[in-house]
Design a protein around this ligand. Structure first.
Ligand code: GLU
Length: 293
């Protein structure tokens, strides 16, 4: 099995400089540790026609190259179904009929952490499940046997976070991100996950699920985000934030790449130069404020 890192964008629109900075970091982490670097398009949800092509083009424009063919999650449903079937056979799933509103309004279970699913459907009788199925398609949830899990992160050290009975398959039949990401990382031999630190709180759930599926837990590095001048995670509405926006201002992709590298304390120029001096332990720990509008 290969040893690999990856970048896994959701093709919901053009990548912005925050996404591109994370991609550069993921590439540097993988290459500096002799790993392959894979690209996975997370198109189960929020896919916009044409976005994948734009994203691949923009990654190539800043010099991020990947090994092998791009993997798309929509082509992998049978693999996710198999993983859910395995968990179900082990008694580790249940059907949930809750609406979003019911979950919001449910009193949280004693000692349950804030934001965790309160477990409303966990103990429905078979007859009740049968009855509920006639009125609403079920989501599939994990039957978790812990309410927290600890992961190790290269940049954050030991991190403990919530594990609840999170959704594995939504009630519209779409596989949930937390299941797909664990199954795909394992199937692709990905043993290093570098991504934005907004995803750190989901990581204990994913590592716990990996342990239940008996697949290796990757090493994690959750990197700081790029933020706007209000300190809020960068979004498309923040002005000139995609390579397309920047090109309109006369700023070429190479200049954008150089700004991103310099924001990381790395030398401007082709990524190979940054690679030769890359040291994860001296990366800036704080979010970076994007200086343009
Ligand atoms: N597809 C996710 C995103 O674009 C990233 C998931 C991951 O890296 O695990 O936010």
């Amino acid at each position: 099995m290969t040893s690999a890192g990856r970048f896994a964008p959701s093709p919901s629109g053009q990548l912005h400089v925050g996404n591109l900075r994370t991609a550069i970091l993921a590439w540097l982490f993988a290459w500096s540790t002799g790993r392959q670097f894979l690209l996975r398009v997370e198109d189960l949800d929020r896919a916009r026609a044409g976005a994948e092509e734009e994203q691949l083009r923009d990654l190539a424009a800043i010099g991020v190259r990947w090994d092998g063919a791009v993997v798309r999650q929509t082509e992998r449903e049978p693999i996710y179904a198999e993983a859910i079937a395995r968990l179900t056979a082990a008694g580790l799933t249940y059907e949930c009929f809750c609406t979003r509103r019911e979950i919001q309004e449910a009193p949280s279970a004693p000692h349950a952490p804030q934001g965790a699913y309160p477990g409303t459907c966990r103990y429905l009788s078979p007859a009740e499940v049968e009855f509920r199925r006639s009125s609403r398609p079920a989501a599939i949830r994990l039957r978790a046997w812990t309410d927290e899990w600890t992961v190790k992160d290269i940049l954050h050290g030991s991190y403990t976070g919530i594990v609840d009975d999170f959704v594995l398959r939504r009630n519209d039949g779409v596989t949930a991100y937390n299941l797909a990401v664990v199954v795909d990382d394992a199937a692709q031999g990905i043993d290093q996950v570098v991504r934005g630190d907004d995803l750190l709180p989901s990581t204990p759930r994913q590592a716990y699920l990996a342990s239940l599926l008996e697949v290796p837990v990757p090493e994690y590095a959750h990197v700081p985000l790029v933020v706007n001048s209000d300190g809020v995670r960068l979004a498309k509405r923040d002005g000139a934030v995609t390579l397309g926006d920047l090109a309109e201002k006369g700023i070429p992709a190479e200049t954008a790449r150089d700004m991103l590298l310099e924001s990381l304390g790395l030398p401007a120029g082709p990524l190979d130069q940054a690679l030769s001096v890359f040291d994860p332990l001296v990366l800036p720990q704080e979010p970076w404020v994007w200086p343009l509008r």
